[in-house]
Design a protein around this ligand. Structure first.
Ligand SMILES: [Zn+2]
Length: 400
């Protein structure tokens, strides 16, 4: 009899989870406004509706969350991570990171992790992967040698084989010759895969963007000689900036990048780890540059370079948002850099990066208003991943 009951129970299709979040303040990240006292009904993996009046007809089996005094934002993206293990993926999710762009890791491992999370979405963020970063032959950065590209021909072959493996982006890194770089760019374009990454010393940021570099990582959107703008001695002396790095020249550079539809992923917090002694002047210098970036209207992505030692998973993304605000971006702009902008950049803005009906229910419920204080993104009450509510206890277990 028991066996029979079990068999019947098992054959019943799994019920689609329904979650109703009532009395919540929805943060419209796009407009930087608050929509108070909403009822957000999530059915399956999607937001079914967002109502302004309290609903009396909530589905009886809905899991109801009274979110009075709480704020709902889209799940966050870390757009620059290096990782390929399940544990880090779970830790990211525990911090409300429901999406991540993996800018290298092991090729097989990152592809497998992407699949693993697709199969069980409560195990981590949805992942976009580059597989391997492509480096020049002198590069330090790849001890496996798999991504080393010595010739243009090798560059083409690398793009073809990565494309065949189903990567989402091609990442170019340091040390590539002009010829190899341009051939990689051509091959990627032919394959319809977008190019992302660094600007090698042989190219200007303008050239790289003319040739299809869609996002520029770290501070690589500046010519190398302009890195002096972040130097403490240079800043203390208040001497004029070198040619090519003066305000009007940077304005022209940023306008050029903007015309080409480039996105910047400054990973500003990573410099605190890489150059701790220079950090105060780097942050101050970035504040100056950020003003020009904002004026040019260049869109920003929030990324951390997780994987470099000293950068903690998840917490570092919240830190990055706070540092963007410290650099002059508004809290709404910082939130967009971690939500709406990644969705736009990835071409999924019709289904992600907003709290609205029809959108994927990757959400974070916060105990404080992030538009009033960006630090409130850390005050996570719960995370909803693909429609499933992850309680504080679950988040805690993911974090361990
Ligand atoms: Zn990186």
């Amino acid at each position: 009899m028991l066996l029979l009951t079990l068999a019947v129970a098992c054959s019943r299709p799994a019920a689609v989870p329904v979650v109703a979040i009532t009395h919540v303040t929805v943060v419209d990240v796009e407009h930087g406004t608050l929509l108070v006292d909403r009822t957000v009904l999530v059915r399956g993996s999607r937001i079914e509706r967002v109502d302004s009046a309290p609903r009396v007809d909530l589905p009886r089996r809905a899991q109801t969350v009274d979110a009075t005094g709480q704020f709902l934002i889209p799940g966050l993206w870390d757009m620059h991570v290096h990782m390929d293990d399940a544990r880090t993926a779970r830790q990211l999710l525990s911090w409300g990171i429901t999406g991540a762009r993996v800018m290298s890791g092991g090729l097989e491992e990152t592809l497998a992790l992407r699949q693993h999370v697709l199969g069980d979405q409560q195990q981590g963020p949805r992942l976009y992967v580059v597989g391997l970063a492509l480096h020049g032959p002198e590069s330090f950065a790849d001890d496996t040698g798999l991504g080393l590209v010595g010739t243009a021909d090798a560059g083409r072959r690398a793009v073809d084989s990565l494309a065949a493996r189903g990567v989402d982006f091609i990442k170019v890194h340091e040390g590539l010759s002009r010829e190899a770089w341009f051939d990689i760019a051509r091959a990627a374009r032919k394959r319809g895969i977008r190019l992302t990454g660094h600007v090698p010393a042989d190219l200007t940021p303008e050239e790289a963007s003319d040739f299809g570099l869609m996002s520029i990582e770290h501070l690589e959107f500046l010519p190398d000689k302009c890195l002096i703008l972040f130097d403490s001695t240079f800043r203390a002396r208040r001497t004029p900036a070198p040619a090519g790095c003066r305000t009007a020249e940077l304005e022209r550079l940023f306008e050029h990048l903007h015309r080409n539809g480039v996105w910047l992923d400054p990973t500003i917090g990573s410099f605190r780890v890489w150059a701790p002694r220079q950090w105060p002047s780097i942050l101050a210098g970035f504040g100056d540059v950020a003003r020009l970036i904002r004026e040019a209207g260049l869109p920003i992505l929030a990324g951390t370079d997780l994987g470099s030692s000293g950068i903690p998973p998840g917490a570092s993304l919240h830190d990055e948002l706070a540092l963007l605000v410290a650099s002059g971006f508004s809290p709404a702009e910082a939130l967009r850099a971690g939500t709406r902008n990644p969705a736009n950049f990835l071409g999924v803005a019709d289904s992600m990066g907003r709290v609205d009906s029809g959108y994927v229910a990757d959400l974070i419920l916060l105990d404080g208003n992030p538009l009033a204080d960006i630090q409130n993104t850390r005050r996570i009450a719960s995370v909803i991943r693909s429609g499933s509510l992850l309680s504080p206890a679950v988040l805690d277990s993911l974090r361990r």
